[in-house]
Design a protein around this ligand. Structure first.
Ligand code: PLP
Length: 351
């Protein structure tokens, strides 16, 4: 607290990101980073930009990147918005679309940044409980609302909602914007981007942090019909005209050009997720069906907090949310085969 703060700042409860430890040699399976790193062509593209110099401002419209994303999803560049990480894109979407007289709806168990944006922008919301099996029940969203948002697959559960159900939600809510946060869609789901031309109330948000292994550069995007994208641009240009720097732009474009590398590394993660799931189940864990690059698992006999502390002593870090309904779960990022093996061995000695 400080007497110099604006009243709204006193009221904020900021998001707490997963730990980025300063210690080397940890098996870091706590923030869903990609273990394989970006394509070598991405690194070459960054080097080329540094050779050309960084004296000039970047393209404020990110036009070449918007073209690359649009081509990837069979959309027009005017249907793509680029931001400094999808967290920033989400913040702009909350500001642009969700400040309404009815409450915003999102699941009770979901990305914990959503209520934080509501606090920042004074948006009323209602957390809608997931079903007993942590799936999202469409009928619970059949109520007047000022918008709907959820990750697909959901975080931290990993559960995927089929595209047919997203379509039902869009048809039932033509008066509000439905945001689908697809941070993990490339690990086994189908993007709702192909519904964009049919539904003016759909905004699909993606990030290059997870499947494209560029968390360190901060690149996010949204896809929707031109009117929604224009709304986001109005907010961006009232805030920061140049959110994406030249290195990030070059890297992102190069990433979309190397589709082989992208597909190959995503498939590795998907295969290893099946392996990790099998080994966890063999140790008695209940593992929710995951379409993401992490698994969400609980052990019937051993307290989650105790397991997390034990893993840490063995140099393995995973994420634990001390929140009702999920405080006995661990969220474990799928790492390299060697990292996954370290996790399994550490768990075996703990249990
Ligand atoms: C990781 C994540 C984001 C944020 O991604 P950035 O682009 O790195 O800001 C957004 N939504 C969900 C559900 C995530 O897990």
């Amino acid at each position: 607290m400080s007497r110099y703060w604006s009243p709204v700042v006193n009221q904020l409860s900021p998001y707490v990101p997963g730990e980025q430890p300063k210690i080397d040699n940890l098996v870091k399976l706590n923030t869903n980073e990609n273990p394989y790193g970006p394509s070598p062509k991405v690194i070459e593209a960054i080097n080329r930009v540094t050779d050309e110099g960084l004296r000039l401002y970047p393209d404020p419209t990110a036009s070449r990147l918007r073209q690359a994303v649009a081509a990837n999803h069979n959309l027009q560049p005017e249907q793509v918005f680029i931001g400094n990480g999808s967290d920033e894109v989400l913040a702009h979407a909350f500001f642009a679309f969700f400040q309404q007289s009815n409450p915003l709806l999102f699941p009770d168990i979901t990305y914990s940044f959503y209520p934080v944006y509501c606090g920042l922008y004074n948006i009323e919301y209602r957390a809608v409980p997931l079903a007993e099996d942590y799936s999202l029940r469409l009928d619970d969203y059949d109520t007047p609302n000022g918008g709907i948002i959820f990750p697909n697959p959901n975080a931290p559960t990993g559960r995927l909602l089929p595209l047919s159900e997203i379509e039902t939600l869009l048809i039932r809510n033509t008066d509000s914007v439905v945001v689908v946060d697809e941070a993990y869609i490339d690990f086994g789901g189908e993007s709702a981007a192909r519904l964009v031309n049919d539904y003016p109330n759909l905004l699909v948000v993606q990030t290059l942090s997870k499947s494209r292994a560029l968390a360190g550069l901060r690149i996010g995007l949204a896809m929707g019909q031109e009117a929604l994208i224009e709304g986001l641009i109005r907010v961006k240009d009232s805030f920061n005209s140049y959110p994406i720097d030249r290195l990030a732009l070059a890297a992102a474009i190069a990433s979309y050009k190397d589709d082989d590398y992208f597909k190959k590394t995503c498939q590795r993660v998907i295969d290893d997720r099946a392996q990790v799931t099998g080994e966890l189940e063999a140790m008695g864990f209940q593992v929710l069906p995951s379409s993401a690059n992490f698994v969400f698992a609980r052990h019937p006999d051993k307290d989650a907090g105790t397991i997390v502390a034990g893993l840490r002593e063995s140099g393995v870090i995973v994420r634990h949310f001390k929140q009702a309904r999920i405080d006995q779960f661990l969220r474990i990022t799928v790492g390299t085969p060697a990292q996954n093996q370290s996790l399994i061995e550490a768990l075996k000695s703990l249990l």
